[in-house]
Design a protein around this ligand. Sequence first.
Ligand code: FAD
Length: 334
Amino acid sequence: MMMHEPMSAAGPPQGANSAPSGGSAAATAASVGVHSHFSGLRGALAEQKSLAKYTSWRTGGCGDTVYLPADRDDLAGFLRQLPPGEPLTALGLGSNTLVRDGGVRGTVVILHDPGAALAIADGLVYVDAGVACPKLARFAALHACAEAEFLAGVPGTVGGALAMNAGCYGGETWRYVARVEVLQRDGRFVVRTPSDYAIGYRSVRRHDGAPADGLFTAAWFRFPPGNIASARARIKELLARRIATQPLGVPNAGSVFRNPDGDHAARLIESCGLKGHAIGGASVSEMHANFIVNPAGLASAADIEALIVHVRSTVRDKTGIDLEPEVRIIGERV
Ligand SMILES: Cc1cc2nc3c(=O)[nH]c(=O)nc-3n(C[C@H](O)[C@H](O)[C@H](O)COP(=O)(O)OP(=O)(O)OC[C@H]3O[C@@H](n4cnc5c(N)ncnc54)[C@H](O)[C@@H]3O)c2cc1C
């Protein structure tokens, strides 16, 4: 593991394709007063802020304290001032997360950053973790990289893809990682390589089994050389496949359950007659049985969680297979 000190020693390479972003300056000035013990912040800080719009299910409660950092150094400054015992939760684009209706205690940092940097550096693709995966896929294609196309349909951030080892259509995030930058809870950056982690299907942990600690703030990817036209054609083909098979027009969080060994969660759920089954405003998608949708935007997180529990127990009773949720459920029930 390489240690970076001072903290800005890593960060975007010169000439990286970035724009000012994160918390807006206007929001900053107004909201920093919320927590008088923070100083020098450039992001947006709020208390009791609804997290519904920060999740793809578009439901859920508030974060006690919610911070949208202006950039990686601002995030580091924020963490250094955070009281040591304060619970800290990261959200990227919230496309794999259910926030319970009672909200999240402690501090939530929102790490999606539409203006974050992408660059080619020493033959690697450098990307800030706040970049959305489809943007990384398009950038890689434009720079004649192959095999990044699978990321075009993953509607999360690069940080979320690193945390989840997101994958599809034969691709998996960590297969292409050369190194990552991690911001530790104490506000210091370290650089790690894949050998620092035990990486599996939708799972990234430390070798002792503990969850990966710290926040991913950047990654360097090594994609094989390809060509622009075929990468673009592959992106188009994969997106068309998704449009044909997934309920993308309504709030959802992708596959709710992990695929069990040698089978598909969607096949099992469908075989139990659960397509269309509804609890409150949430229902099992008619289009893809491993998706739970919030079609009218009226589902509470409790509806969705109750449906997850119902699907799991029905499949277990009828098939003997215990489906394990892939989505992460955070926060308190009401
Ligand atoms: C329509 C649809 C299709 C999908 N298809 C796929 C697919 O094909 N394959 C697939 O794998 N997933 C898929 N997903 C699920 C989801 O997009 C991925 O899991 C994605 O990687 C989550 O990224 P996110 O930024 O939204 O993470 P979030 O939901 O915000 O967070 C997920 C987890 O990552 C952690 N996290 C987020 N950012 C960071 C960070 N910077 N550092 C450390 N931890 C962090 C969070 O704390 C949380 O535990 C799909 C979702 C949708 C809605």
